[in-house]
Design a protein around this ligand. Structure first.
Ligand SMILES: Nc1nc2c(ncn2[C@@H]2O[C@H](COP(=O)(O)OP(=O)(O)OP(=O)(O)O)[C@@H](O)[C@H]2O)c(=O)[nH]1
Ligand SMILES: [Mg+2]
Length: 285
């Protein structure tokens, strides 16, 4: 039976973590948990440590000297591989990501053979609720900007709810990942895309955190947005030499244009009803 490790980065999630662990442990027995805590002042790590002493499916990576969602993510993914995970799911520990989607993610990976399954707010059936309008607008704008520059083949590029196969994680250039914060999500997506790993999206309903305070702030946002420009201009080892990413991006662009359909030309009368635009465009040669 394959082992799926759910990696939870935590910083001050003491009010959320225990019920979340209960919900995750109630899933199938092949689901294990790895909490990656950066010495949270509210002692989230201590709650996890106590529980892990009697729960073999729960693991803790307690990081005392380093901080940040990005570095915690790298350390957590590498630790999950070391623990022998066949697949890793990353999710937030504040209940924004509902554990009930985990079986659907595993099923989607098994059904499609994709290397990454994205818990997406931007496909049919997905969405978000209860967030401050400004926060929702920031997420929307960040997503549009990332899609414009990095041309990922998915609609939700900022979600932190994702499933990765072991093969995909083993191929990641961990030393080249420089993210300190949430931009690790785009670094991993770019590295996976550049190596031709396939991604699929399944719908999730994202809700606002249940308790505690967001770690997101203006400094993190500006640094993340700046890092997207760096990834666009100088992706470094995230995009290996010989990658056919540029060719696939061109193909995607062409496909998008085709899906948008030809536009009626201004200097010609609009096609009469019953004549399809495609036929008109062809006739115009
Ligand atoms: N280990 C670790 N985890 C972190 C750090 N910063 C944030 N996290 C965790 O990463 C997840 C996402 O962080 P949040 O603070 O919820 O930020 P967000 O989801 O981008 O923003 P909101 O929508 O406002 O909640 C949560 O589980 C946090 O506890 C950090 O420095 N170290
Ligand atoms: Mg959150």
């Amino acid at each position: 039976m394959s082992r799926v490790i759910v990696m939870l980065p935590t910083y001050n999630e003491a009010e959320n973590i225990e019920p979340l662990l209960d919900a995750l442990l109630a899933l199938e027995p092949r689901v294990e948990i790895l909490v990656v805590d950066d010495d949270s002042p509210d002692k989230t790590w201590l709650l996890v440590q106590r529980r892990a002493a009697e729960e073999p499916r729960l693991h803790l990576l307690y990081r005392k000297t380093d901080r940040g969602r990005g570095k915690a993510g790298v350390a957590g993914m590498r630790k999950a591989l070391e623990l022998g995970a066949d697949a890793v799911i990353e999710m937030d520990a504040d209940w924004s990501h509902d554990p009930r989607y985990i079986p659907r993610m595993i099923a989607a990976a098994e059904r499609t053979g994709a290397a990454i399954v994205i818990g997406s707010r931007r496909v049919d059936g997905g969405g978000e609720a209860g967030r401050h309008p400004l926060r929702a607008i920031i997420t929307w704008a960040a997503n549009a900007y990332i899609r414009l520059l990095l041309e990922f083949p998915v609609r939700d590029t900022t979600t932190g709810y994702r499933y990765y196969t072991r093969a995909c994680l083993e191929a990641m250039p961990w030393e080249a990942i420089r993210a300190e914060g949430p931009e690790i999500l785009q670094e991993l997506m770019l590295a996976a895309d550049a190596r031709g790993f396939r991604m699929v999206e399944i719908p999730i309903r994202f809700v606002d955190r249940r308790a505690g305070r967001s770690n997101f702030n203006l400094r993190i946002m500006l640094r993340s947005l700046g890092s997207i420009v760096r990834l666009w201009l100088r992706p470094g080892a995230l995009v290996p030499e010989g990658s056919d990413l540029a060719r696939r991006r061109r193909q995607r662009r062409r496909r998008r244009l085709r899906a948008a359909g030809p536009r009626p030309r201004r200097d010609r009368p609009h096609p009469s009803p019953g004549v399809s635009l495609a036929a008109t465009a062809q006739g115009a040669g």
